[in-house]
Structure formats: structure tokens, C-alpha cells
Design a binder for this molecule. Structure first.
Ligand SMILES: N[C@@H]1[C@@H](O)[C@H](O)[C@@H](COP(=O)(O)O)O[C@@H]1O
Length: 359
């Protein structure tokens, strides 16, 4: 494939094989994380990936995870003395705020273990940490990451699984059961892609009309809602937001009008009933609302992933329909995604160490 033909779909289609291969290499490639209190620093999609993995790791492993925006952390937060390890997650390894926050921590604390999780082991982030974990997600030349996002989530989840196994928090049987569940669900990613394509074709003419897109979730799916906001903002470029239903209920619901489109993310959370009640209420005020559920679909407004995974693994999969919809809606709206825009932004604002190498 020539560079001119690369699209987000190229990389979305690579998710299933790369996630399968990472899972296959789990026993060789995944080392446990030392310590009970982890602080993750990341920005953009990497931050959303951290939120996507946090609740799985905490559910399987006896650790506590805090997640912070690095810039805010550097200038306004204090490093808690109980933090054992700080993990800077940066797919490019070139986000200056993550690098600077790690440097700042090192200057003020000589004992905390600093790690980088990155797809570029020659990048600047690797020079400021004690240990580097290679994401190994392969090349991604469209800067609006999809494959790298999914790989980051799986890598983080597997670090949690390995840590749980090595510390005897879970049995070998449980570890194998978890690996099998991941594997079975990853094998169904091509079905998720097909179902989303059918959904998009059925709803295309409506989907492109929204004046605002809102993704609503409960608890452990927050990483999906946040990444929907990031991905739609970057690509569809129409106001987009993603949040927990409890946040929505305390302000944002006032702005709803019929031109908004709502996406509900259903992951069989214990508070799912509240999400269903909200959907029932809001359907009187918007023309278009859709659901992405872990279960089977019961109507044509719903993409049913039909996966046997718990709500904690769900974010690895619930994001995929949004990645595909972002690509297709952006294309329908005439946004030429391979053509880079604001190419001078990263350097002007010093948000990146160098201009992105993606097309
Ligand atoms: N627009 C990009 C985002 O798409 C990306 O997620 C973020 C973090 O990048 P990285 O994970 O390489 O640190 O940087 C930029 O802001």
C-alpha cells in the first residue's frame, strides 16, 4: 500500500492481528510492575487509554492507579509519598508535557521508579526514565491514532494481569481464563468492524447532520467516552463530547436539542439501569440516539458487539465502532484526513518535541 492510500481504516483493520500477536507473546513480553501505587501521566489519546485500562487493572490486581494530565501535574500537583511508580504513556514519545513532568518528578524525588510506555524507543521520553516498555504497535502514519490507542489499552491491561499473577493476587487458572476471554473477544473484532459498516451505511445520511455528538457511559467505560470526544474532535471536527451520565445530568443536559446525536455506551455496569432511564427520557428531545452495547443488538439503532467480556475489559472493544464512525463521518463531511493541518502547532506551542512524522 502506498502512503497515499493510507487511512484510519488501514490501521483499524490492523488492530485484530496486532492485538492477537501481543496476547500470544504475553508470557515472554509482559513484565510485572513493582509497587502498589501507580501514577500514570499521559495526554490526549494516551490519557484516554489509561482511563480505559485503569478499572480492569484495579479489578484484577491489588493496586491503586491515579491518572493525571502531566502539565497540570508538573505545575499544580504534589507527588504523593506513597506512589511507587510513575508511568509516562506517550505513543510518539514526543509529548513535551509528559516528558517535562517526568523530569520534574525526578528532580524532586530520587527514589520513585519512572517508566515510559511508548511506541518509539528512540524518543526523548526514554531518556528521562529508569525503564522503557515498548508498545510495539507498529507504524501509524495517520496522526489520529486508532491502532496505537487500542494497543496501549491492551498493553496496560496485560501489565495489570501479569502483576496480579506474579503477586499471587490471582491463580494461574484465573490468569489463563482472562487470557482466553481476551483472545476470544479479539477474534471478534472483524465482526465488530462489519457490524459498524452496516450501521454506518444504514444511518449515514442522519449521522452527518449532527450539530453535536455526545457519548454517554457509566463508570468503567469512561475511557471510551473520552476517546470518542478526542477522535471526533480531531477528525469529524463538529462539537463532540464524551462523559459519564452523572456528569451529563448536572449541566450538559440543558443544552440538548433535536440536532444533537447521542451515543450510549452499555457495558452491563451495575448502574446500567440509570443509563437506560436516561436514554428513555432523552429520546423525546433528540431525533437521533444510538447505542453501542456489549450485548446483542435488539434494534437497528444499536451496534451489538455480542462479546463475553466483563465491563472492565469492555473499553478495549467499545471504542472500535467510534473509531470507524469518526473515519466515515469525517470522510462524508469532506474532511481530508491524510492531509495534515495546523502542521506548525506542535512546535509553536511546544506541545511536541518535533513535528509529527505522520502524513
Ligand atoms: N493530537 C495528538 C493526540 O492525538 C495524541 O493522542 C496526543 C498524545 O500523543 P502521545 O501519545 O504521542 O504522547 O498528542 C496530540 O495532542
Amino acid at each position: 500500500m502506498t502512503e497515499n492510500n493510507l487511512t484510519m481504516m488501514t490501521y483499524i483493520n490492523e488492530e485484530q492481528p496486532i492485538l492477537s500477536s501481543i496476547l500470544r507473546d504475553y508470557h515472554i513480553n509482559t513484565k510485572p510492575i513493582k509497587g502498589k501505587e501507580w501514577l500514570i501521566l499521559a495526554t490526549g489519546s494516551s490519557l484516554n487509554a489509561a482511563y480505559s485500562a485503569k478499572y480492569y487493572i484495579e479489578s484484577i490486581c491489588d493496586v491503586y492507579i491515579s491518572i493525571e494530565e502531566p502539565f497540570k501535574f508538573e505545575y499544580y500537583e504534589k507527588l504523593r509519598p506513597t506512589i511507587d511508580v510513575v508511568i509516562g504513556v506517550s505513543q510518539s514519545g514526543e509529548s513535551t508535557s509528559t516528558i517535562e513532568a517526568l523530569k520534574h518528578i525526578r528532580i524532586n524525588d530520587n527514589t520513585v521508579h519512572l517508566m515510559a510506555l511508548t511506541n518509539n524507543i528512540n524518543s526523548e521520553i526514554t531518556e528521562v526514565v529508569d525503564e522503557v516498555i515498548d508498545l510495539q504497535s507498529g507504524e501509524e502514519k495517520i496522526g489520529y491514532v486508532t491502532k496505537g490507542f487500542s494497543v496501549t489499552i491492551l498493553r496496560l491491561m496485560l501489565l495489570g494481569l501479569k502483576t496480579a499473577a506474579v503477586t499471587n493476587t490471582i491463580s494461574v487458572e484465573k490468569e489463563n481464563k482472562e487470557l482466553l476471554e481476551f483472545s476470544n473477544a479479539i477474534d471478534k473484532i472483524s465482526d465488530i468492524i462489519n457490524k459498524t459498516e452496516i450501521f454506518f451505511n444504514a444511518w449515514k445520511s442522519e449521522l452527518i447532520k449532527a450539530s453535536r455528538y455526545t457519548a454517554l457511559c457509566c463508570g468503567s467505560a469512561i475511557g471510551t467516552a473520552l476517546e470518542m470526544q478526542t477522535k471526533f474532535s480531531e477528525t469529524v471536527r463538529v462539537p463532540s463530547q464524551g462523559m459519564d451520565i452523572e456528569v451529563f445530568m448536572h449541566g450538559p443536559y440543558f443544552e440538548i436539542n433535536k440536532n444533537h446525536q447521542l451515543f450510549y455506551i452499555e457495558t452491563n455496569s451495575p448502574v446500567n439501569d440509570r443509563l437506560l432511564r436516561l436514554k428513555e427520557y432523552e429520546k423525546n428531545y433528540v431525533e437521533n440516539y444510538f447505542t453501542i452495547t456489549l450485548n446483542k443488538s435488539t434494534n437497528n439503532r444499536t451496534i451489538g458487539l455480542d462479546l463475553s467480556v466483563d465491563e472492565f475489559k469492555a473499553p478495549l472493544f467499545t471504542i472500535i465502532p467510534f473509531q470507524i464512525l469518526a473515519h466515515h463521518i469525517a470522510e462524508e463531511l469532506g474532511n481530508n484526513l491524510p492531509k495534515r493541518i495546523f502542521t506548525d502547532f506542535g512546535i509553536a506551542m511546544q506541545s511536541k518535541t518535533k513535528p509529527g512524522s505522520y502524513i
